[in-house]
Design a protein around this ligand. Structure first.
Ligand code: ZN
Length: 394
């Protein structure tokens, strides 16, 4: 199976400057390649392909000594491929009859990652210059950068990426052939409901992950964004406000991931079979397409931001849960959400009125009363087990 690891980098001041230059040159390459495609398309109605642009790289490098030629050919190709993907996605959406935005030029704040597609090609994980006790990654044009490797890396390193988040640098390793670590069977199954008060509520009545302090950061983020909107373009205060917003975003991401890991770990330890509701795609794309980065202004901003942070949290959680379940040899079942929150787990009566408040469920037919999320989780479990039985019978 595949897995990725993310570690903090500890570059020297010189290396940090080199990383910044590396990122900036890759960004300019991306933008230049985009410009090339746009003009060719607009002026001559010609479509430029990845192969054409990759072939141009040689000339770009030889024409820019001490500039583009400092970096790895392969990471530059990966950047061109990234642009190619953006175009492929664009044409896909056009074909589907939607009206997507044309791929955009990347500003400094929108280009944070450089990827080396193959360990050993312009980069080397765990390359040892002199300190056998520490871990380093060697990057072409940057040198041996020290890595805060807080856990062991398993499997074979495939790709290496460097990412800037605020003022920090991270290395992300994508590995394959990661050995699965099966956990002993527990004989237990659970349905889980993803919610607002608790990240996860289980059919057994357990609550995992309290997103309340995420909501607190969301409030601060909304304030910081409003503050940013008032600052004058190009001013020093605006730069500071931008940094503050970025730092809060990073904090939200870290906490979200931390919660997701903890909740997912607890679930795979306790249950052989875990059933969850499939997330609605619309919700996920809405948060992925930038609601989080550019929420609306005014009164709705806070609740909208809150909402999108929670939405994104569920997506992150399910991703983490999926790989933990796979690694532990657990079975994960997704069911279509259908009346789970308004169906009585006791008698099956479906009514909107069953749901008294966000937290309280009371069946209007049989009087069964329960925590609304627990009631939903039981329905989810039942649907999942029925699906499983049907699949096994087929
Ligand atoms: Zn009932």
């Amino acid at each position: 199976m595949r897995r990725s690891w993310k570690f903090l980098l500890r570059p020297t001041a010189r290396q940090a400057a080199a990383l910044t230059a590396c990122l900036e040159d890759h960004r300019q390459l991306y933008n230049a390649a985009l410009e090339h495609r746009r003009t060719a398309y607009a002026k001559a109605d010609v479509s430029i392909r990845y192969g054409d642009q990759s072939a141009d790289l040689k000339h770009i490098r030889s024409g820019d000594p001490g500039g583009q030629d400092r970096w790895s050919f392969s990471s530059q190709q990966a950047t061109l491929r990234r642009l190619d993907k953006a175009f492929a996605a664009f044409f896909e959406r056009v074909k589907a009859g939607r009206t997507p935005g044309f791929p955009r030029f990347k500003g400094r704040s929108r280009f944070g990652t450089v990827t080396w597609p193959k360990d050993g090609d312009g980069c080397r994980w765990d390359s040892q210059p002199e300190h056998p006790a520490a871990t380093y990654v060697r990057l072409q044009g940057v040198g041996h950068v020290r890595v805060h490797r807080h856990r062991p890396v398993k499997g074979r390193v495939k790709t290496i990426s460097v990412k800037r988040e605020g003022s920090r640098w991270y290395v992300i390793l994508s590995c394959d052939e990661v050995p699965a670590q099966s956990l002993p069977a527990t004989g237990a199954a659970a349905g889980i409901d993803l919610g607002v008060a608790s990240l996860v509520t289980t059919s057994g009545g357990g609550h995992l992950g309290n997103p309340r302090h995420l909501a607190a950061i969301a409030d601060r983020l909304a304030d910081a964004q409003r503050d940013l909107a008032r600052k004058q373009r190009g001013s020093k205060r605006r730069r500071k406000a931008v940094a503050r917003v970025a730092a809060l975003h990073a904090k939200v991401r870290r906490q979200r991931l931390d919660h997701a890991h903890k909740a997912a770990l607890a679930l795979v330890r306790d249950y052989d079979v875990i059933v969850h509701e499939a997330l609605k795609v619309a919700n996920m794309t809405r948060s992925a397409s930038g609601t989080l980065d550019a929420p609306g202004r005014g009164v709705a901003a806070k609740s909208g931001l809150n909402r999108s942070i929670l939405d994104a949290g569920w997506g992150v959680f399910l991703t983490v849960l999926a790989y933990k379940a796979e690694s532990a040899g657990r079975e994960l079942i997704a069911v279509e959400p259908r009346n789970t929150s308004r169906t009585c787990a006791e008698c099956g009566h479906v009514a909107k009125e069953n749901r008294l408040t966000q937290a309280a469920f009371r069946c209007t037919a049989c009087g069964h009363a329960a925590h609304a999320d627990v009631n939903a989780a039981i329905n989810i479990l039942r649907t999942g087990l029925a699906l499983r039985e049907a699949a096994q019978a087929a």
